[in-house]
Design a protein around this ligand. Structure first.
Ligand code: SF4
Ligand code: SF3
Length: 543
């Protein structure tokens, strides 16, 4: 076995990628990511045991978030940038450790490595399998994956100037706890739930960052066709990057299209003033190999999900920024003021053809909390009159497994008196189907990106209040969540923390759950997998 990773839904045989990642991650990248995680765990122990004031170490806070984000599935495939990040983090760790003057720390807080070879050798001893006990490993990893998702959301908020030292402190505390052999499985189950608690805070922070800067999402029709100008495709989740790209492309004759998880940017009022912000191109991340070919213009990745390009022609059009990276693709860094210079991308766009049309028409979205609250009377009336019998939360991720056709079929077969609440790239399995509306309320309500699952939580809490229920589980809402990467893990943990029961998770249960940990989730929270569409619909409607 040359590597081991089981953090995503597509992990080989649902047990672990051991030679090469199904995602395309090679052994070296996997190992450098393992060592980067080990290093940030070491920093965390220094911060916690050294009682450092988190507010005073802002740069370290940011780089810990960035390091975690760099290891999320499909974010960074670039060995060089991972090596550079490890060195940067080791320097922070050593400076902080010296400042505290404490000793007797874990190896993660003290080890040294010199150069790539030593890094790889060290990585081989500190990866996931270094924890021998199955259940402890499973819980530690679930916590770390939740923290990765949390870090991604908190980093976006940070980029927009919204910080929260309480969340950073928790990240340090939880990472340090994963080094502590004295913690029992019960301690780690409790920490998993606290991770969910902070996941809610992280999503709330990002929601506040996005909406205070760009306004509250509103019902919007998004064009899925193309115009005649050359164009740039922007993918990922970072709205600040999008804003800068829109500003810099204004008046250049180059249009901007969103891809995958950037689609919900169209729902924000602040971006509507840009005439050259034309529409959304393509579908969920995993279809990018063919869709990037026909797009013809440059592609900017602000976050996951990158699929390693097969064609050299496409690779030459890919740029990365933030936590993302791909070997041979230019990486755009921010200057000290957070400004990014996208002129190289714009220059390239001008030399390339306009996108080729792959579909036409419009899709509707923008049903985040404020917009749904504005429609609350209508929604409540529809529930009271029986026009809406049940809501289905189908948030999360899409992926390439054939078994995910389940979600399209599920959406198609749901009775006409049901409404789907969605967020994340999971929506692409059904957001272009003609599912109709109920008295003017569309049957698919898209709140936004995966982090906007927070909106779905607020909507559920609002309905609970309106209907006077004591428990969120009394509502006519069923949860059929599809997961792929670690942001979905934090969304799931957040829902568990909020007391949501009987969540169905698919297309497979996480490979990182040991049988005992899976049992706890089933017994305590009613978590279940998926079966056939017909069986599940019958089950959900009977609940
Ligand atoms: Fe495998 Fe997923 Fe890890 Fe990639 S991220 S190596 S596909 S488990
Ligand atoms: Fe999708 Fe990668 Fe998770 Fe933000 S873009 S949801 S998979």
């Amino acid at each position: 076995m040359s590597m081991f990773c089981y953090q995503c839904q597509e992990t080989a045989k649902n047990t672990g990628c051991q030679v090469k990642g199904v995602c395309g991650k090679n052994e070296e990248v996997a190992k450098l990511q393992d060592l980067l995680i080990y290093t940030v765990k070491g920093i965390s122990e220094v911060v916690v045991k050294g009682k450092l004031v988190v507010k005073d170490i802002e740069e370290a806070n940011y780089e810990v978030l960035n390091s975690l984000f760099m290891t999320i599935t499909n974010a960074n495939f670039d060995e060089d940038s991972l090596e550079k990040q490890i060195n940067k983090m080791l320097k922070f760790r050593d400076e902080l450790r010296e400042k505290t003057g404490i000793s007797g720390l874990h190896d993660a807080a003290c080890f040294t490595v010199n150069g790539r070879e030593e890094m790889l050798a060290k990585a081989a001893t500190v990866g996931v399998l270094a924890t021998e006990n199955d259940d402890i490993r499973s819980l530690r990893e679930m916590i770390v994956y939740g923290l990765k998702g949390m870090a991604a959301y908190v980093e976006h908020a940070f980029n927009l100037g919204k910080k929260d030292e309480e969340i950073y402190s928790f990240i340090y505390e939880a990472l340090a706890a994963t080094l502590d052999d004295g913690l029992t499985a019960d301690d780690l189950v409790a920490l998993t739930l606290r991770t969910g608690e902070y996941g809610v805070k992280a999503m709330a922070l990002l929601d506040e960052a996005n909406t205070s800067k760009y306004g509250n999402p509103e019902i919007t029709e998004v064009n899925i066709g193309v115009g005649k100008n050359p164009a740039i495709l922007i993918s990922g989740h970072d709205l600040k990057d999008l804003e800068q790209l829109l500003e810099q492309t204004a008046g250049t004759g180059v249009d901007v299209y969103t891809h995958s998880e950037m689609l919900p940017a169209h729902y924000y009022p602040a971006f509507k003033k840009y005439d050259h912000f034309v529409g959304n191109y393509g579908n969920a991340w995993w279809k990018q190999l063919s869709e990037f070919e026909s797009f013809n213009g440059p592609i900017l990745f602000t976050t996951n999900c990158i699929v390693p390009p097969k064609s050299e022609e496409v690779r030459k059009r890919i740029f990365t920024t933030g936590s993302t990276g791909f070997p041979g693709c230019p990486h755009i860094e921010a200057d000290q003021n957070g400004r990014k210079d996208f002129s190289e991308i714009i220059k390239l766009a001008k030399t390339l053809k306009a996108p080729e049309e792959i579909e036409t028409g419009k899709i509707v979205g923008g049903f985040a909390h404020e917009q749904v609250f504005a429609l609350a009377d209508k929604v409540v009336e529809a529930v009271k009159s029986g026009a809406i019998k049940k809501f289905f939360v189908m948030a999360g991720c899409d992926g390439r497994m054939k078994s995910r056709e389940y979600y399209t079929e599920f959406a198609q077969k749901l009775p006409q008196d049901t409404v789907i609440l969605t967020a994340g790239c999971a929506k692409y399995r059904y957001n272009k189907l003609p599912l109709g509306d109920i008295g003017g309320i569309p049957r698919v309500l898209d709140a936004g990106q995966c982090n906007d699952s927070y909106s779905l939580v607020l909507i559920a809490l609002k309905l609970k209040e309106v209907f006077g229920f004591d428990d969120v589980n009394e509502l006519p809402i069923a949860y059929n969540i599809s997961w792929y990467e670690q942001k979905a893990v934090i969304v799931l943990l957040a829902l568990l923390y909020l007391g949501v029961k009987n969540i169905h998770l698919g297309p497979t249960l996480p490979g990182f759950l040991s049988p005992n940990v899976a049992k706890v989730l089933v017994e305590k929270f009613g978590i279940a997998g998926i079966k056939s569409v017909d069986e599940d619909i019958e089950l959900f409607l009977g609940e």
